[in-house]
Ligand binder design. Structure first.
Ligand SMILES: *[C@@H]1O[C@H](CO)[C@@H](O)[C@H](O)[C@H]1NC(C)=O
Ligand SMILES: *[C@@H]1O[C@H](CO)[C@@H](O)[C@H](O)[C@H]1NC(C)=O
Ligand SMILES: CC(=O)N[C@H]1CO[C@H](CO)[C@@H](O)[C@@H]1O
Length: 269
């Protein structure tokens, strides 16, 4: 049992590096006032109960704050409303739907649809429909003949994708290689806060980056090196700070406990 737990912990650490936007923290999980007040108007701190409470969607007046809570709110007719159905959003393309709600990335031509309606790369037959389309398994790229699901930048040799000019990859002129993007390449704080896209399932394909004020450089998000100021803030809302009395505190995933439990259960079966 202890052995299984140790393995489970290792697995959890290894996979917690890409931030899973399907696993956003809910207000009740933000037990530190600092995280709660940084939550983009999603939550507010109740001083009486010392708890973080969810603000109703209808109280949110800014579209940007509304969009950050797309799992429960959406912006329709100039108002932030309780989320009902992706089909209530008008959108003729994947990008216009994603811009309105990241959980509604598909389109039937007129209205947006849920993730379940995404096509697979292999089922797409033209270059224009293929390139830059997000399937549930990840980004699709046309290789000249077929629509493929690339797994690494190095796979995108010149013949497959001549420019290597993707959000996920960058061309190194010195080594003539197509390489994954890294946090370290961002020289300013704002770019840094946007993180880095990697190949992987839709919504689980971003590495967080944070600005290190001491070294004045952009570094990769790693829960073990975060502090109470940047743990939640640089995690796209997926990690939070937890501090027990007389402890230093730790940066933990809002779904980590759930994940460990499910891995242990899988191992025991
Ligand atoms: C797309 O979905 C909407 C909402 O369900 C529906 O009214 C519309 O007819 C559909 N359009 C197409 C082209 O299927
Ligand atoms: C797409 O691929 C996944 C995994 O390979 C498979 O489970 C799913 O059924 C496929 N969906 C469609 C619409 O072909
Ligand atoms: C991504 C994000 O919200 N970053 C913010 C984290 O907090 C610092 C300091 O409060 C802000 O400057 C960042 O914009």
């Amino acid at each position: 049992m202890i052995q299984n737990l140790a393995i489970a912990l290792c697995i959890t650490m290894a996979i917690s590096i890409t931030l899973n936007l399907n696993e956003m923290c809910h207000c009740s999980q933000l037990i530190e006032e600092n995280d709660c007040t940084k939550s983009a108007l999603q939550c507010s701190w109740d001083f009486g109960s010392q708890k973080c409470q969810e603000n109703p969607c209808s109280d949110i007046t800014y579209s940007t704050s509304c969009l950050q809570q797309s799992w429960r709110c959406f912006w329709v007719n100039g108002l932030c409303q309780d989320f009902t159905d992706c089909q209530n959003l008008k959108g003729s393309s994947q990008s216009s739907c994603i811009n309105q709600n990241i959980y509604c990335p598909a389109s039937n031509g007129t209205n947006c649809q849920s993730i379940d309606n995404l096509q697979n790369c292999t089922s797409i037959t033209t270059r224009d429909n293929c390139n830059n389309y997000y399937s549930a398994e990840g980004l699709c790229i046309w290789n000249g003949q077929n629509c493929i699901l690339p797994t690494s930048c190095s796979q995108l040799s010149n013949s497959i994708y001549p420019t290597c000019d993707l959000n996920e990859c960058t061309y190194n002129k010195d080594t003539y290689q197509c390489l994954p993007r890294t946090c370290q390449e961002y020289q300013d704080e704002i770019k840094c806060s946007q993180g880095v896209l990697v190949f992987g399932p839709y919504l689980n394909n971003v590495i967080g980056c944070f600005w290190n004020y001491q070294s004045q450089s952009c570094q990769e998000y790693d829960p073990f090196s975060m502090n109470d100021q940047n743990c939640y803030n640089s995690s796209f809302g997926t990690y939070h700070w937890k501090k027990e009395k007389h402890q230093e505190g730790e940066c933990i995933s809002c779904y980590q406990q759930l994940l460990i439990l499910s891995i242990i259960i899988t191992m025991l079966i």
